[in-house]
Write a protein that binds this ligand. Structure first.
Ligand code: 1CP
Length: 354
């Protein structure tokens, strides 16, 4: 699995090397807004079967690439595979999101957890990476991913999606040793998991810290950033994984960009509340930036989508190191034709004259 992708715009942009035009991929590019995804899920029976059957995971990974001129594929999976492998009993409920049968309620629950072995406990993910790499035949790079330790901890302690994060915040403020131990276990688990994805053939690795932005300034460093730094140092100690570019995305983390840049990632994902021009100044062009169109723009007219793309490109400005993306995942009600407008607009409007 050493072949370089023929379309290497994404890899080049992540390394801040020149590109012919700005690379683009879209968070949740395979998902419910695509009728062919809904058909595959229907045939599989449920979402987890899609994730756990490498051929089906490959099928849905490839669906957006058949429609759009995307510069990357992203492994079809979910961040909750790790807590599932830890034995928490994951299920997904239509319209409600994920739920765990055995959430973490106490220090004793934390003490009972082990670190999953990627080959033994998450072998289906690694097999999906291998099957997808074969199917891609080096057309575009494959992005592997994990949730951040903090974001995984929120789901494991809350047991489901939440608005107020009451249980996990109770734990960090009232049972800090339990929270610290949980985050330590998750840092190790995520490090091993991403390293295994790189060894299986993932060519870029992304850490989704979807809920880092709900923490206070000091708590962000302790409970989200430091664990992510540990994950990255695990990757840096591996001869294969250390060569794979990394992207860290803390949603709502625009005020912490210099701190995120300092943990050794190659790129930072930005949501749409941050100006890319200001983000570049904040990180002093030390890392690449990914983002950051408001996903809701996809509900607008094609003309408005094109002008919004032009605004994001202009906000980033000239020079290397931009990967175009939405500031968060594409939502289920979006018209796929509008995604095509976006992808084509990024390539057309970003062509750099020789
Ligand atoms: O078919 C369905 O109804 C399931 C919906 C769905 C899908 C399509 C879930 C359940 N997960 C996924 C795929 C998924 N999840 C991908 C696929 C690759 C791609 O981008 O195309 C990825 C990268 C994720 C990552 C993920 N899962 C995150 C981090 C990114 C983000 O969007 O913030 C999070 C927070 C999850 C948890 C999760 N899994 C599923 C849902 C609906 C959720 C979110 C629940 C919540 O809002 O709390």
């Amino acid at each position: 699995m050493t072949g370089s992708p023929r379309n290497d715009r994404l890899i080049r942009a992540l390394k801040r090397e020149p590109v012919d035009c700005t690379p683009v991929w879209i968070m949740r590019q395979a998902g419910r807004y695509l009728p062919e995804y809904r058909a595959s899920r229907e045939r599989a029976g449920d979402f987890l079967t899609l994730c756990k059957t490498p051929e089906l995971a490959c099928e849905v990974t490839m669906q957006p690439l058949a429609r759009f001129d995307l510069d990357a594929a992203i492994l079809f999976s979910d961040i909750l595979t790790i807590p599932d492998a830890m034995g928490l009993g994951l299920s997904l409920h239509e319209g409600e999101g994920p739920r765990f049968a055995r959430p973490i309620n106490s220090k004793a629950d934390v003490d009972s957890l082990g670190v999953p072995d990627p080959e033994d406990d998450l072998g289906y993910v690694l097999e999906a990476v291998r099957v997808i790499r074969h199917e891609l035949a080096d057309r575009v790079p494959l992005i592997g991913f994990s949730g951040s330790p903090w974001t995984l901890a929120t789901y494991m302690v809350e047991g489901r999606s939440t608005r107020d994060f009451a249980k996990i915040k109770n734990m960090i403020y009232r049972e800090a040793p339990a929270a610290q131990k949980l985050l330590g276990l998750l840092s190790q688990s995520v490090g091993l998991y991403l390293k295994a994805q790189a060894r299986a053939g993932a060519q870029v690795l992304m850490v989704f810290d979807t809920w880092g932005g709900v923490l206070g300034h000091a708590e962000y460093r302790e409970f989200s950033l430091d664990p992510m730094a540990q994950v990255l140092s695990e990757l840096q100690s591996d001869p294969i994984a250390s060569k794979v570019p990394t992207i860290v995305f803390t949603k709502g983390g625009g005020q912490w960009l210099p701190q995120i840049a300092s943990i050794g990632c190659d790129a930072i994902g930005c949501d749409w509340t941050t100006s890319l021009a200001q983000a570049r100044l904040a990180v002093k062009d030390q890392v690449a930036l990914q983002g950051n169109l408001d996903p809701a723009i996809l509900y607008a007219s094609p003309e408005r989508i094109r002008s919004a793309v032009a605004e994001v490109l202009a906000d980033f400005g000239s020079g290397p190191g931009h990967v175009f993306n939405l500031g968060h995942g594409v939502t289920p009600g979006v018209n796929p034709d509008h995604v095509k407008v976006l992808v084509d607009a990024v390539h057309e409007l970003s062509v750099i004259s020789p």
